[in-house]
Design a protein around this ligand. Structure first.
Ligand code: FBP
Length: 260
C-alpha cells in the first residue's frame, strides 16, 4: 500500500493550496500590486483563508513562512526571460526544503519540451529523495514547447496526469481541460495520484472560476493549487470562503456565491 504522503494537505480527502511562486516565474510587475507583492500578506491569506497548504520558493519560505499552514517548497524554477524551449532546473535541495519545514516538494516538468529529458531525470532523483525523507513529491506538469499545440486538450492533460503516475509523483498539478467530463479522463489516467487543478490568470468573473472548480471536483480531483484567482481578488478571503464551500461542502456554484 502506498503511504499517503499528501495527508498533511488533506481535509476529508480534499484540498486547496495557495501558490505564490509567480514572482520568479512571471516577474513582480506582471502579477503583483502594492498589496500582494508582500509575501506576509499571502502567508496571512493562507492562514485566514483556511488553505491546506502554501507554495513558496525557498527564499520566501526562509523569510516569511510562519509554520501556520503546511508548506510546499518549489525546488525548481525559472524566469520568463529566456526564449526557446522551456526548461526549469533545480534551485533548492530536498534536504533544505525539509529543513524549512516542507511536507512536500514541488517540481515543474514542461512535458513535450525538447529539454523534457533533463526535467524527467531531475524529478526522478528528487522524488526518490523526497520519499526517503518522508515528504511528498508534487509534479507541476505543464505541456509546453514547439511540439505542443494545445496544452488543455483532453489527450494532453491526461498525458500529463499519467506521467505523474509513471514517475511516482504523490500528486500532480495540471491545467483544466475546460469541462468536467474530459477532466475526469485525466483523473482516471492518474490512477490514484492526487490531482490538483492549476489556476491560471484571473478568470473574468468569480462565477466563471468557481464553475471550473466545480467541474474539477465533479471529475473526482482532490482540489486545486491556485494563486492569482485568490490573491489578485479584491477580497481574497471571500474567494477562499467560496472555494471552501465548493470543495469541502460540495455546494453548487450558485449556493457558494449566495452570501454575496
Ligand atoms: P496560478 O493559479 O496563479 O496560475 O498559479 C499556479 C502556477 O502553477 C504557479 O505555481 C506558477 O507560478 C504559475 O502557475 C506558472 O504559470 P505559467 O503557466 O505561466 O507557467
Amino acid at each position: 500500500m502506498t503511504p499517503d504522503r499528501m495527508a498533511p494537505f488533506l481535509k476529508d480527502g480534499k484540498s486547496m493550496l495557495l501558490a505564490y511562486d509567480q514572482g520568479l516565474e512571471h516577474g513582480p510587475s506582471k502579477d503583483f500590486d502594492d498589496r500582494n507583492i508582500d509575501p506576509a500578506f499571502i502567508m496571512e491569506t493562507a492562514v485566514k483563508g483556511g488553505f491546506c497548504g502554501v507554495v513558496f520558493q525557498k527564499g520566501i519560505a526562509e523569510r516569511y513562512y510562519t509554520g501556520k499552514v503546511p508548506l510546499i517548497v518549489k525546488v525548481n524554477g525559472k524566469t520568463s526571460l529566456p526564449q526557446g524551449e522551456p526548461i526549469s532546473k533545480q534551485v533548492c535541495s530536498v534536504e533544505h526544503a525539509v529543513s524549512l519545514g516542507a511536507k512536500a516538494v514541488g517540481y515543474t516538468i514542461y512535458l513535450g519540451s525538447e529539454l523534457e529529458a533533463d526535467m524527467l531525470k531531475e524529478f526522478g532523483a528528487i522524488q526518490e529523495e523526497a520519499h526517503e525523507r518522508g515528504v511528498a513529491a508534487i509534479a507541476w506538469i505543464y505541456p509546453r514547447g514547439k511540439a505542443v499545440q494545445n496544452d488543455t486538450s483532453k489527450e494532453i492533460v491526461a498525458y500529463a496526469a499519467r506521467t505523474g503516475l509513471e514517475l511516482g509523483a504523490d500528486a500532480v498539478k495540471i491545467k483544466y481541460t475546460g469541462d468536467s467530463a474530459s477532466f475526469s479522463w485525466a483523473v482516471k489516467s492518474a490512477a490514484g495520484v492526487k490531482v490538483f487543478m492549476s489556476g491560471g490568470p484571473k478568470a473574468p468573473t468569480d462565477e466563471a472560476f468557481l464553475q471550473q472548480v466545480r467541474g474539477v471536483m465533479d471529475a473526482g480531483a482532490t482540489g486545486l493549487a491556485v494563486g492569482r484567482n485568490v490573491w489578485q481578488h479584491r477580497e481574497p478571503l471571500k474567494m477562499a470562503e467560496e472555494l471552501r464551500k465548493v470543495i469541502f461542502q460540495n455546494k453548487p456554484v450558485q449556493e457558494a456565491l449566495a452570501s454575496r
